[in-house]
Each structure stands twice: as structure tokens, then as C-alpha cells.
Design a protein around this ligand. Structure first.
Ligand code: TLP
Length: 345
């Protein structure tokens, strides 16, 4: 059975062009900085993001955690959104590796602003309060439904954090989706942040890899932290070659994923017992509440699977469906039909 796989945009398979580029990649030992394909990818990423330097890392999680480590010191805390990836899905690595705790702040639809953050920031007084060492945002916000923080809000948060001497990091795993939704460039989004992590392996379709960008000095230190985590890779140009195509070619394809997610949300909104506001679906992620159908998300996922559709619950009430280039309009229509059949019996 061929499944329509909406569990995540991480499930995309490398394109034929990526596989060819991987086979032909010129490689060297990247721990010596001698892999020409990796070096080209990093230079191009830095240029596209308007930053001094970039570093190829094996995963988004490692990229985020390298940045957390470099911006903070043990015994401090970082401001994150309550549903953020750093807080919920990185296995407590901020605590285990960097010795910091997370201060979760709830944003409406995952969207933070300075007023929401301000009360949670602690500087040095009184001395017994855990001091803040970093503000980390996520754009687009995965578990809030792919929502997008406007440029003005990111600029404001970063300016005010910087004025207090706090660095800022962006988990931009899906920054190209955010840029499309905001009708801007990734460089504009990245501008106010001290570091940005973005993923090649999600909607952009590369099989493996993420990149962090920042100043030359920051990236130089990041190379050492990556090595501490076992992320020093050798002839990794075979992966960077696919990453290069992801970076150059894939962003143009994202509009279709956004249109498909919108269509999916519109169809879901019409089903009895399903709660979703299609207006809030801005990128490639649709999160919908099925509690009123009387089903749990585990039941819904099992029923969908029996009908050839893969999707996960993110909690007992809410399902997540993520569009990507291996899913087309027909797949969306079939998914809607399957969901309708499950609910309406
Ligand atoms: N997200 C995955 C799961 O881990 C939830 C997914 O299926 O969406 N930041 C954000 C915003 C992410 O969504 C993810 C992965 C990461 C970081 C981590 O990337 P990887 O999986 O490469 O470590």
C-alpha cells in the first residue's frame, strides 16, 4: 500500500537530482575543513542569510543546542515559547548539556511579543532569582500550527533583548516557509538574531542536515561544540551536495505546500466535530482538534492508517498534518475523504 504521509515534512525523500549530486559530490575530510562541497554550502548559506559564517550540522536539534551552549552559561535560563521544539522535543539537552533551564512563555497561536516575554526576563537582581541568558524564538512555529511571527515583532523582541544585553536565537527549522508567508527573504528574518538554525531536511527535502549561521567568531566556536557532541563529520560532502540543491531549488516549491495545507484546513473545517481555523494556516502545517468527534488522536491515526493516510496526534485532542513535495492535491482530497468517512461512519 502506498501511504500518503502527512506525519511531517521530515519524511521527504531526496529527489533524483539530489541523488545524482550526492553520487558525484567532490569530498574531503570536513574535520580538517577540507570538504569542498561542505565549504561551498556553508559559504552560500552565509551569503543567503546575510551572516558572516555558517556551519553544516547533522540535525536541527544539534544546531539549536550548539547555539544554546554558546549563548549561555550554567545556572541561567532561556526564554522559549511553551510549545517550542527546544523546550519540548530536545530531550532536556539544554539542561543536560548546557546546564540551563527553560522558561516557557505561552504565546497566542505560539506567537510571542515583548509584552508577553518582558515579565519572564530576570536580570541580576535580586541575586537569588535565576537570571535569563537567552531569548530563543521559533519561526514558523511548528506545534502551534506553522504560525508565523511578523518581522516587526521579531525585530522588536531582538532589539529589546539586546538592549538588556541578552543574545537572541532563532529556531528557523522552517524559515523558508516563514519567509514565503511573510513575503520576505530569509536574510531579513535572520537580521536581528545573533544565531539562526535552519533545516535542509524538512520541507526543502534534503535527506539529512541543518545549518547554523552567525558571526565568524560564533561559528568558529560552534565547530568545537559540534565536535563535543560527536557531530564532526568526515566526507560529508555527499550530504552537503543534496543540501545545496535543497537550498537553491526547493524554496520555490513551498508555495504549493502552503496551498495544499490551506486546502486541507478548509476541507477539515467543514467536517463535524473538527475544529480548525483555515485563516490561521499560514504555511505547511495544519493542527486540528478532534475532541468533539468523540475519538482520541490515537484512534484517528489508526483509522487513517487503515485508509492509507499517515498522520500523528500531538496530544489526545489534536492531530497534526504536514504538507511537503511528496504530497499533491489529489493526496489532500483523498485525505479529506478518508477523514470524512471515519467521522461520518
Ligand atoms: N521537528 C520534528 C519533530 O521533532 C517534532 C517534526 O516532525 O516536525 N526545530 C523545529 C521547529 C522542528 O520542528 C524540528 C523537528 C527541529 C527543530 C529538530 O530538527 P531535527 O529533527 O533535525 O533534529
Amino acid at each position: 500500500m502506498k501511504f500518503i504521509d502527512l506525519r511531517s515534512d521530515t519524511v521527504t525523500k531526496p529527489t533524483a537530482a539530489m541523488r545524482r549530486a550526492m553520487a558525484d559530490a567532490e569530498v574531503g575530510d570536513d574535520v580538517y575543513g577540507e570538504d569542498p562541497t561542505v565549504n561551498r554550502l556553508q559559504e552560500r548559506a552565509a551569503e543567503l542569510f546575510g551572516k558572516e559564517a555558517a556551519l553544516f550540522v547533522p540535525s536541527g536539534t544539534m544546531g539549536n543546542q550548539i547555539c544554546v551552549k554558546l549563548h549561555t552559561h550554567p545556572g541561567t535560563e532561556i526564554i522559549v515559547e511553551e510549545r517550542s521544539h527546544i523546550f519540548n522535543y530536545e530531550m532536556g539537552t539544554a539542561a543536560a548539556f548546557s546546564g540551563v533551564t527553560c522558561r516557557p512563555v505561552r504565546g497566542e497561536d505560539g506567537l510571542l511579543n515583548w509584552d508577553l516575554i518582558a515579565g519572564s526576563i530576570h536580570l541580576s537582581a535580586p541575586y537569588y532569582v535565576t537570571p535569563t541568558s537567552l531569548v530563543a524564538l521559533e519561526n514558523s512555529h511548528n506545534m502551534a500550527g506553522g504560525t508565523v511571527l511578523p518581522l516587526s515583532v521579531m525585530d522588536d523582541i531582538c532589539d529589546r533583548a539586546h538592549a538588556l544585553g541578552l543574545p537572541t536565537h532563532l529556531d528557523g527549522a522552517r524559515i523558508f516557509n516563514a519567509a514565503l508567508a511573510l513575503d520576505t527573504t530569509v536574510a531579513e528574518i535572520a537580521k536581528p538574531f545573533d544565531s539562526v538554525m535552519f533545516c535542509l531536511s524538512k520541507g526543502l527535502g534534503a535527506p539529512v542536515g541543518s545549518i547554523i549561521v552567525g558571526t565568524k567568531d560564533f561559528i568558529k566556536k560552534a565547530v568545537s561544540v559540534r565536535k563535543m557532541l560527536g557531530g564532526g563529520m568526515r566526507q560529508v560532502g555527499v550530504l552537503a551536495a543534496a543540501g545545496m540543491l535543497a537550498l537553491e531549488d526547493s524554496p520555490k516549491l513551498l508555495a504549493e505546500d502552503h496551498a495544499n495545507a490551506k486546502r486541507l484546513a478548509e476541507g477539515l473545517a467543514e467536517l463535524r466535530g473538527v475544529k480548525i481555523d483555515p485563516e490561521r494556516v499560514q504555511t505547511n502545517i495544519a493542527i486540528f482538534d478532534i475532541a468533539a468527534t468523540g475519538m482520541t488522536t490515537a484512534q484517528m491515526a489508526a483509522e487513517l492508517k487503515a485508509r492509507g493516510v499517515l498522520a500523528n496526534g500531538i496530544n489526545p485532542r489534536e492531530m497534526r498534518m504536514v504538507t511537503h513535495y511528496d504530497v499533491n492535491r489529489d493526496d489532500i482530497d483523498q485525505t479529506l475523504l478518508a477523514t470524512q468517512n471515519i467521522i461520518q461512519g
